[in-house]
Design a protein around this ligand. Sequence first.
Ligand SMILES: Cc1ncc(COP(=O)(O)O)c(C=O)c1O
Length: 452
Amino acid sequence: MTVCYARFETTPATLDVNIGVGVRMPSCHSPSTTSYGLVPHDLGSQNVAKGPSVLSTRDQPRLPMSKNTGLEDFLIFGAPDIQDAEIAEVVDSLESGWLGTGPKVARFERDFAAYKGLSENHVAAVNSCTAALHVSMIAAGIGPGDEVITTPMTFCATVNAIIHAGATPVLADVDPRTMNIDPAEVEARITPRTRAILPVHFAGRPCEMNELLEVADNHGLKVIEDAAHAIESEYHGRKTGTFGDFGCFSFYVTKNVATGEGGMVTARNEQDIHRIKTLALHGMTKDAWHRFSDKGFRHYQVVEAGFKYNMMDLQAAIGIHQLARIEHNWRRRQSIWEAYQKAFADLPVGLPLDPAPMTRHGYHLYTLMIDQAVCSYSRDDVLEAMTKHRIGVGVHYLAIPEHQYYQHRYGWREEDWPNARRIGQQTLTLPLSPKLTDHDVDRVIDAVRSSL
Ligand SMILES: Cc1ncc(COP(=O)(O)O)c(C=O)c1O
């Protein structure tokens, strides 16, 4: 039975946060921002209440940035905001005697489905987004001889999942401004062997789904969305991960909802979720909760050679409370993002494109573009300078064809994807965790300004 996705209305935000970062004195550089685009920022679909600014960004006191790490003065990149509720829930699991897949995973699935506006029969928790992508590919019937078109501007897991399904990855270059896969490039790469498109909503910015779905429809292709960065994102009123046949989410430590390791699959068809749940647990017909409960032992059958991809209650214990604060954390990241946009407007760096009209950005990654020809420092110089300022930074990503494995296996040359290559060489990601205090944000801004 095919069930359509229902639209989920987010609760209007009631809390507006502002981190209180003022306009700063320009540095020695002349105002020469090489923005890779600033477009009108539409808040229509974002449900963000614009109330009076408040300096407080906290619901309750949070743990220090890097307690017990030996890195106390270092701003850890992507540190998750773990609060007392998560800690208490984990302790509850530890004390309960049930650590593995059980009632907390079931609750996390229900909560996640509700957040995405889906019924619980359309989601399956797994132990990573990599696993989610792999089992989605198999459930989509993709295998040897098939080609799957994806982006070169992604984490290697996206491409590896295609390879692990036995298929061949085909890369379509990105739009240099949005950094998302370019639908025209996708169309140009379609062959008789193409079976699916695997778009990645890069940094939380939704892809051009209308155009991608049209290409998919015209050529009878499946769509598997990599929404690892994009739990909260929306495109024309619909939530990311509900456009395609499958949506794959990550709860890795740096992600918008963190469980340590963890992932979720959403699927248009209930039968696909049923298959994915089986595939994610060795191909068994019953998970442990249903074998060992107080109803007495239940026999199971192995119906196919599956994988060990199930999520544990210990992980779900964290996720349940992370998810409960998802909108609050989104607003905090939005305010940090906007502070960065304002603080770097006069620097000779490229700033991220503001969200497109009728979309909601997930604000997962805030990336600068450092072009040595414009600002006299290379990206790697700035990475090093930021580390000296004790600020953890990232690179998302070196373009996929830059990696030796893919070059050797597929003969890829990075110059064939010039937009992704340029981004990979110039991009630098700043901390955007909701755990950042106002002081931390000031430190990041000061470090960027004095590193350029
Ligand atoms: C775009 C993208 N896809 C997939 C993944 C894999 O996620 P996970 O670590 O949960 O397997 C990541 C993780 O960083 C990612 O950023």
